[in-house]
Design a protein around this ligand. Structure first.
Ligand code: F6R
Length: 613
């Protein structure tokens, strides 16, 4: 995710900004930039694509940029590829307003059109440039000063943002504003530090101010004043940071994996908002996927590896049920050597967090060579799969640092739901009313995930009880089978406990011979029509000595007659249950790993991006 730093004091700013940005490198980024102000002289801007090292070299470690006030940014692309033009800071043509931004501005297209009508020009593909020019527009139109201009822009912007802004007329001040994207301010004597994340300023001060949602701050040299969106002053008390540097990187969580598990409501919400309009309809224009293309699809092949493949398995059930289009899901490493039969109207969907997985990329190339339409569901903008696929649906998960995927998986599921609803509506399989109802329910998922996370201590307790388990079996039918595949993978990759996921009806065709006294069997039962069937498979295991954990919807309390331990998830549309049921299973894998004292963020033998066959 992008990182912001700022400094206002009496020392040279650029070296301090570079050092602050280096403390945020762990978050992942693809380009970086600085804006430094030397008294009343024009702002100096330097940007570089790639590692921070490039920016360091361009500025001689910051020494080449004079000035004691500045802002810096590391960018993780969300709108537009990684490039120097798209890197922050962005500025108005006359450099009246210069800013850096974290977050996603959902209505940037609409705002850009307004600004184009008012004579503004745009050079980058970013939503940030729109925010900068909107602030400039209000500053010049109403002449109410920086706080007024920012507040007016905030009233128009939909989405999340943390903004740090410099104004030509205010050479000694930095302005900041935020909504749903973090920002902290630290004062140390006559110096002011500002950052999107605590690690960047920890070296200078532990006493920080948190700006509230939809608040604005004016930062002088060693001073900070706060305002609400109505421009009224707000009083604030500083907070003492007690975390050490390592904990600060993880936002106070013990590991990246648990931090990212908790980031899922945001990843899901951002991905929904990237394709759902204010009126509640799905807009795939960013993917350049037209209704005619949707109508022409004869069958879908979903191709991916690992967890992304599991998204495909869930997607198969969703697409087939909603759209009545035949779907085949295949591991990329198999697809590429299978000589697949693809008719001209096949749509091949490649799912990949990194966009660089060697087998998935090879499968994409194979499909393209055969002349069929390809669609990538990808998290990393500018990655190989994103560049080469005919259409790209970006997941808005932000960079994932833990090797085991959690939030990217959840965001991928959302893309699948959105595609399936849109395809079904365009092809006449569901009414517009049904689509609207499904979109409304989709929007409830972030809060429902939040509710599941609130109950994590029960899973932690359960994990402690089973930390010495040797084998664990997961069973489920239909979508529940897809859920168990991911639950089992999460379990084995981080806890090193052998586990297997089985279609519940398949267990008695061999694997049940492995069930013995005390074996943990986890049954996922989120689908009403299949509940009794899977329950009876669980009973078969229990009668062979298994200890049963049930994972089902609130209301299915009869499960307690059979299961020894039950986790309930909120009710939702049956097509979406994967998004909720996976959360306790991610938590279970995580807590088992932690209980066993393993390196949960970097499990043995695994790499985050598998770029070899
Ligand atoms: C498991 C995991 C992997 C990836 C797989 C595909 O937690 O992260 O199974 O899902 O290696 O990676 P991407 O999505 O980058 O293609």
């Amino acid at each position: 995710m992008c990182g912001i730093v700022g400094f206002n004091g009496y020392r040279q700013a650029a070296p301090i900004l570079l050092e602050g940005l280096s403390k945020l490198e762990y978050r992942g980024y693809d380009s970086a930039g600085l804006a430094v102000r030397n008294g009343t002289a024009d702002v100096e801007l330097v940007k570089a694509k790639g590692r921070l090292r490039a920016l360091y070299e361009k500025t001689n470690g910051g020494m080449a940029m004079e000035g004691t006030l500045g802002i810096g940014h590391t960018r993780w692309a969300t709108h537009g590829e990684p490039s120097e033009t798209n890197a922050h800071p962005h500025c108005s043509d006359d450099r009246n307003v210069v800013a850096v931004h974290n977050g996603i501005i959902e209505n940037y297209k609409e705002l850009q059109e307004k600004l184009l009508r008012n004579g503004y020009r745009f050079y980058s593909q970013t939503d940030t440039e729109v925010a900068v020019k909107l602030i400039d527009y209000y500053f010049k139109k109403y002449k109410g000063g920086p706080v007024d201009a920012i507040a007016r822009a905030m009233m128009r912007i939909r989405g999340s943002y943390a903004l740090a802004v410099l104004f030509k007329d205010c050479p000694d001040e930095i302005y900041v504003a935020r909504k749903d994207s973090p920002m902290v301010i630290g004062l140390a004597g006559d110096e002011t530090y500002m950052a999107s994340d605590v690690p960047a300023i920890l070296k200078y001060t532990r006493s920080v101010y948190y700006i509230g949602n939809r608040e604005i701050a004016r930062l002088g040299k060693g001073t900070a004043e706060f305002f609400n969106i109505d421009r009224e002053p707000v009083e604030k008390e500083p907070t003492e940071i007690k975390w050490d540097a390592e904990a600060a990187e993880k936002g106070g969580f013990e590991h990246f994996m648990i931090k990212e598990i908790h980031e899922q409501p945001k990843a899901v919400r951002d991905t929904i908002n990237s394709a759902v309009t204010e009126e509640g309809t799905i807009d795939l224009s960013a993917l350049q996927f037209t209704d005619e293309m949707i109508r022409n699809i004869s069958n879908i092949q979903i191709v991916a590896c690992g967890s992304a493949y599991h998204v495909g398995v869930a997607g198969q059930y969703v697409f087939e049920d909603l759209c009545r289009i035949p779907v085949r899901v295949e591991l990329a490493s198999e697809f590429r050597y299978r000589n697949p039969i693809l008719d001209p109207d096949t749509l091949v969907i490649i799912i990949s967090q990194s966009g660089e997985t060697a087998d998935s990329l090879a499968a994409l190339r194979e499909a393209k060579e055969r002349g069929v339409r390809t669609l990538g569901i990808v998290n990393v903008i500018g990655s190989s799969i994103a560049r080469e696929a005919d259409h790209v649906f970006y997941t808005m998960a932000g960079p994932e640092i833990a090797v085991a995927t959690t939030k990217a998986y959840s965001a991928q599921l959302i893309c699948i739901y959105l595609l399936a609803i849109r395809f079904a509506a365009v092809r006449g399989n569901i009414t517009e009313e049904k689509a609207a109802e499904m979109i409304a329910e989709l929007r409830t998922l972030p809060d429902k995930i939040e509710r599941i996370l609130e109950d994590k201590e029960r899973i932690q307790w359960f994990a402690a009880k089973f930390s010495t388990a040797r084998d664990i079996f997961f069973i489920g039918r239909g979508i529940d089978y897809a859920i168990t595949l991911e639950g089992s993978l999460k379990m084995k990759e981080v806890s090193y406990i052998h586990s297997e996921a089985y279609a519940a009806g398949e267990l008695k065709h061999g694997t049940i011979s492995l069930v013995e006294d005390g074996t943990l069997v986890i049954g996922s039962l989120t689908q009403k029509e299949l509940y009794e069937k899977t329950l009876s498979n669980m009973v078969e295991c229990k009668s062979r000595g298994a200890y049963l954990m049930g994972l089902t919807n609130y209301g299915n309390y009869s499960i307690e007659d059979t299961a020894d331990f039950t986790v309930y998830i909120p009710r939702t549309d049956p097509h979406y249950t994967t998004s909720l049921a996976v959360i306790p299973l991610q938590l279970l894998g995580y807590y088992l790993s932690v209980t066993k004292g393993l390196n949960v963020d970097k499990p043995r033998n695994l790499a985050k991006s598998v770029t070899v066959e």
